[in-house]
Write a protein that binds this ligand. Sequence first.
Ligand SMILES: [Zn+2]
Length: 258
Amino acid sequence: MLPDQDQVVARARQAGVSLIINVGISRPNSEAVLATAARYPEVYAAVGVHPHGAVSLTPRELARLRELAAHPKVVALGEMGLDFYRRRSPEEVQRRAFREQLELAWELKKPVVVHTREATADTLALLREYRSRLAGGVMHCFGGSLAEAQAFLDLGLYLSFSGVLTYPKAEPLRQVAREVPLDRVLIETDCPYLAPQAWRGRRNEPAYVLAVAETLARLHDLPVADVARQTFHNALAAFGLGAGQAAFRKERRQAGRP
Ligand SMILES: [Zn+2]
């Protein structure tokens, strides 16, 4: 847990962030992520094992993920996926861990948070195999081409943009973001990495996601409030969160808070 976790959440509230999905990358980290989600009404959790740690996903760890996923604040399984850029776990082990988590998500009828790096074709192939058994999900930190974006959208997945969208060299990604229908887009931090340009190199945190919303708003020539509202509703839809979050938001509005 972050020593300044309360302040991080307070700053997010101040910035108008009203829904946070805190995403696990390993079994122990998923436990921590869930503990954080249990502390704050607007924070939810995804539990999973990142492809880097695929070798750690033993049957016992998978069973523990299944237990964690039963908690009402766990709204998705992930991160899961394939990373052939760093290859910290062998490709075959990554495929197995991805498959096992896709199976678990199917069993639990929960959406998936998918990580892919230098492995788009393989990731698509596996997701297509599970197409009829997917309860939706999101391609997190999407950084691919328009054709790749379309392929993931065709699978019913959302695309999530991070602080990368604000980087000077990310013009090709901004071109893609301009073309993706706004009702299929989420925004994220990838904390602690990928802080938007204004904070680049520093620890990222949820409050900074506003910079991603501002960039998207500029690309779509819309007020940032429209993008904020749309991405919030997209997140509710993507993670099956309805009434509870809407009520929480209304309460905050009535209290005069963002
Ligand atoms: Zn990732």
